[in-house]
Structures are given as C-alpha cells and as structure tokens.
Design a protein around this ligand. Structure first.
Ligand SMILES: NC(=O)c1ccc[n+]([C@@H]2O[C@H](COP(=O)([O-])OP(=O)(O)OC[C@H]3O[C@@H](n4cnc5c(N)ncnc54)[C@H](OP(=O)(O)O)[C@@H]3O)[C@@H](O)[C@H]2O)c1
Length: 302
C-alpha cells in the first residue's frame, strides 16, 4: 500500500459551502510544543519529521493555534511545510493568550482577535487563514463549554473574513445554542469540542451537526494528556490485532461521517500507528461493546 493512500483510508469530507475537501484522518499539532504546551519541542527534528511524514502520508488537515508555545507550533509548521502543498488545510484557533507565567488567559476583545489573526498569518507564512475556530471560554484545555453569547467575537471574525484574511469560520468549546447564535452572523463550517470513546456528552450535538453537514472535530480524541485506558478497549484491540489508540480512532470514524480526526503526537511511530486506524473495520457487535465503555463511565445514559 502506498504512503499516499494511508490518510485516504479514513475517507474524505468537504466543509459545507466550500470547495475544501480533506481526508478525515488529520493531525493535531499541539503536542509539538514543549512540556505544558510551552516553549520549543523536546526534539525539534522529530517535530519536523512528524509534520513531513503526516503530509507525505496524505494528511491535508492540520489543527494548530498560535497559543501553542506560544507561536512555536505555527513556526514549526511553517519550517516543516512551507511552501505548503496544494490542498493543505491549516485550521487555527483564537480566544486565548499565554502570558510569561505560562497560564491560559482569555484574549477575546476585538483588538486581541484581530491581532491574533495577524500573528497566525505571520507565523504560518500565509496571506489568508483557511479556517479559524473561535474557542469560547479560552482559558485552559480542560474547561468545558459554558452558555453565554459569543456574538461579539463571531462578528469580529466575520468582519476579518469579509476583509479576506479568513476563508472560513469554525467554533470550539461551544454548545448547540452558541452555534445557532453564530449562524445568525456567519456560516459555521466546523465545531471542535472535547469528545472521545469515553467522553460522549456531545452525542446529540454531533448528530445535529451531521444533519447540517458541519464537521465535528473532537479534541482529545485519544483522551488528551492522559491517553484512554480501558480493559474493554484493550480486549477489542487484541482481538483485532491492533492497538487501543487505533481502535479509539476507528470508533470515531465509524461514529459519524462528519467526524474528522486530529490526533496529536510528537512521535513518528505514533503518527504511523494513528494513520493506520483508517484500515480498521469495526463490526456492529464490536461497536456495541465499545459503546459500553462510555456507559460504564457514566457519559452515556442507559
Ligand atoms: N480546541 C481546543 O480547546 C483544543 C484543546 C486541546 C487540543 N486541541 C487540538 O486537538 C488535538 C488533539 O488533542 P491532543 O493532542 O491534546 O490529545 P489526543 O490526540 O487525545 O492525545 C494526545 C496524547 O496521546 C499520545 N498519543 C498519540 N498517539 C498515540 C499512540 N498511537 N499511542 C500512544 N499514545 C499516543 C500523545 O503522546 P505522544 O506525543 O507521545 O504520541 C499525547 O500524549 C491537539 O493536538 C490540538 O490540535 C484543541
């Protein structure tokens, strides 16, 4: 099997109302920054190799942010891949900043959002950003969505889109009603929330977005900083001759056709393992067994 076909095995998705089609198996770049998503990578050559290997294997959807590092991840992407291959979709996000104490602070004023777009453009070496996610609640990866208006921030991004600096707008860490509110201002092409085999709180939301053709891009698809651990997951993986992480990713691909994967890794070996998840077919019985993991974790109702 050629390398080119690896990412393609998970299938493709076209963002709604756009001509942008990506492989469903993409890559999340957050793990390329140093410990605590701060500073340079432990192994800069490995970071470059991961990005180049991903693109060589057909990945054309990379998730990033200028607050990873800060700036570090975008600069590594530029160093590894610029000039970018045709069709590569780089998705970035706004809504937070990282002061020198390494904390995560909100950056949601019109001025901060506008500066954020220019920072991303400069660090990525682009004239327009393919997709910008407004990340609500900005502070810290572990904070879940909170209700509240995001209209002011979405209006700023819509204005930057009219200026040609952003091609498409997405939302992150949001609720269904926040998506509806944003859609009164602009088109929304993707939603990026915390979701995986164990954390299933967005199940109904995913189905709603699928009906609208909007991409759902789970962050922490492998469980995040502490990857998923479950004896049922290990049992299934052993039976299929695969790894638990591959099964977790394959389950997401089976869960809904609008789910796009952006697993994060700093290792070429893990990248290759994750790309191979697109080869796995899960039977209805296996899917039911895997659904049981969320039921026992209490995130899916009986
Ligand atoms: N919108 C948001 O608020 C938000 C929040 C968090 C993340 N994100 C985005 O979502 C992407 C994915 O999330 P994430 O990277 O935090 O978490 P993740 O993809 O769920 O998991 C990453 C962790 O899993 C490990 N890993 C990856 N592949 C593995 C494999 N095959 N076997 C064993 N361990 C493996 C990584 O370590 P190694 O480096 O050792 O492989 C890392 O510790 C990020 O990269 C980022 O782009 C967005």
């Amino acid at each position: 099997m050629s390398k080119m076909s690896e990412a393609a095995l998970g299938g493709q998705f076209t963002f709604p109302g756009t001509s942008s089609t990506v492989q469903r198996i993409g890559y999340g770049a957050m793990q390329l920054a140093g410990p605590g998503v701060w500073g340079p990578p432990k192994d800069p050559d490995a970071a470059l190799a991961v990005l180049r290997e991903a693109v060589a294997a057909g990945v054309n959807h990379i998730d990033t942010s200028d607050f990873y590092g800060p700036h570090v991840t975008n600069q590594i992407i530029r160093q590894a891949l610029h000039p970018y291959p045709e069709g590569l979709v780089i998705v970035t996000k706004l809504g937070a900043r990282r002061p020198p104490d390494q904390s995560w602070q909100l950056a949601i004023s019109p001025q901060e959002l506008t500066e954020g777009v220019h920072d991303n453009l400069r660090n990525l070496g682009l004239e327009a950003l393919d997709i910008v996610n407004y990340r609500a609640m900005g502070a810290g990866a572990g904070h879940g969505p909170a209700e509240g208006s995001i209209a002011e921030q979405v209006a700023v991004l819509a204005d930057l889109k009219r200026q040609g600096l952003i091609r498409h707008i997405g939302l992150s860490n949001v609720t269904a009603s926040q998506v509806k509110e944003a859609q009164t201002i602009t088109d929304v092409v993707c939603v990026q929330n915390n979701y995986n085999l164990v954390n299933r709180e967005d199940d109904a939301f995913i189905d709603d977005l699928a009906r609208q053709g909007i991409a759902y891009v789970p962050f922490f698809p492998l469980g995040g900083f502490t990857p998923l651990q479950s004896s049922s997951l290990t049992d299934v993986a052993n039976r299929l001759g695969s790894t638990p992480m591959q099964v977790a990713l394959a389950w997401l691909l089976h869960r809904s056709p609008n789910i796009l994967l952006i697993p994060g890794t700093s290792s070429v070996a893990h990248l290759r393992e994750n790309l191979a998840a697109g080869q796995l077919t899960l039977s209805p019985d296996t899917l039911t067994e895997l659904d049981g993991i969320a039921v026992s974790a209490g995130t899916v109702e009986h």
